[in-house]
Design a protein around this ligand. Structure first.
Ligand code: NAD
Length: 315
């Protein structure tokens, strides 16, 4: 018997899509998970493999499907697309993945206008904007995974560096999920204390160069992982579970998903990540904490970097 009602459709059953499905299955908050891929055999194989694990998890109906299965979905997640090769930037994938995004979104909206669209394929900010344009859905309903993963990496590195439980750290990466991202040091807190004040009383005696090193490591993590194993999948799978859960359970969680800005920090007409309240309607309120002047400048530069790529592909 399956008493849970939430339905998530995952388009792209490759490394990221299947890892997300697995993490979602283990989390046990969803009643139905549908996998769609242009490689139907792959989607069927993944669904069968996952289904054989249902005995060990909460009951969940996992199956391969087609676009008509998007009807009634709470969330449709787009994980389909070319992925980065070692050394390649996310932005270099853009032309191929915008076209894939167009084909997929046109098919999704034939079957649903209610679901939240969650874009994961890269470059995620440009593709979120593309999905918004192609779907013509309200902006609250179209989001990208943005810098939720980068913010988790930031917290992990701070936790390791400062010897502090990451659950006691609040820290966000803003802007592009990519090379121009902005770790927002000015609003990071340890146990409720601004991190810059915390550093003054901490015996580890960190210097600005330690901060710069952590920022660099956050930004370059994906390159290192892709160099080592060809893809990133586990942490992003968990980040997607976090976003999905916030939506399905109407959690009003503050997460840095990518969303269309409309004047926040003086930025409009691009999707990028700032802290927003996420619930079952998608993006609720934007939270715009006061940043340092330097960080606002970096955020604007990030928006420019995204807008240039958008214009290059005619968006
Ligand atoms: P993958 O190659 O393992 O899987 C991609 C899947 O998409 C394949 O199974 C392929 O058949 C399918 N696909 C391609 N075109 C399709 C179409 N038109 N319709 C349906 N299915 C189609 O790649 P991956 O490692 O799973 O990565 C997927 C995407 O996610 C990449 O763009 C990657 O850069 C991105 N990614 C994003 C994040 C993030 O934080 N946003 C993190 C990791 C990866």
């Amino acid at each position: 018997m399956n008493s849970k009602t939430g339905k998530v459709v995952i388009i792209g059953a490759g490394t990221v899509g299947s890892t997300f499905a697995y993490a979602l299955q283990i989390r046990g908050v969803i009643g139905e998970i549908v996998l769609i891929d242009m490689d139907k055999k792959l989607a069927e194989g993944q669904a069968m493999d996952l289904s054989h694990g249902v005995f060990f998890t909460e009951p969940v109906n996992i199956h391969a499907g087609d676009y008509e299965d998007c009807g009634g979905a709470d969330i449709v997640v787009i994980c389909a697309g070319a992925k980065q090769k070692p050394g390649q930037s996310r932005m270099e994938l853009v032309a191929t993945n915008v076209e894939i995004c167009r084909q997929i979104v046109e098919k999704i909206v034939e079957h649903t206008s209610e679901s939240i669209l969650l874009v994961v394929a890269n470059p995620v900010d440009v593709l979120t904007y593309a999905a918004l344009r192609f779907s013509k859905l309200p902006r609250e309903q179209v989001i990208g995974s943005g810098t939720v993963l980068d913010s988790a990496r930031f917290r992990y590195l701070l936790s390791r560096h400062c010897l502090l439980d990451s659950r006691n750290i609040h820290a966000y990466v803003l802007g592009e999920h990519g090379d121009s991202e902005v770790p927002a040091w000015s609003i990071a807190t340890h146990g409720g204390m601004n991190i810059l004040d915390y550093c003054k009383m901490c015996s580890r005696g960190c210097s600005p160069s330690d901060h710069a090193e952590i920022s660099k490591e956050v930004r370059e993590s994906a390159y290192h992982i892709i160099e080592a194993k060809g893809a990133t999948n586990f942490a992003v799978g968990l980040a997607l579970v976090r976003i999905t859960t916030a939506i399905i359970r109407n959690e009003n969680s503050v997460l840095t998903v990518s969303t269309l800005l409309d004047g926040q920090y003086g930025i409009s007409g691009v999707c990028l990540s700032v802290p927003v309240i996420l619930n079952s309607d998608g993006v609720g309120r934007y939270i715009c904490p006061e940043l340092s002047g330097d960080e606002v400048g970096q955020l604007k530069a990030s928006a420019v970097a995204i807008r240039i790529v958008q214009q290059q592909v005619g968006l």
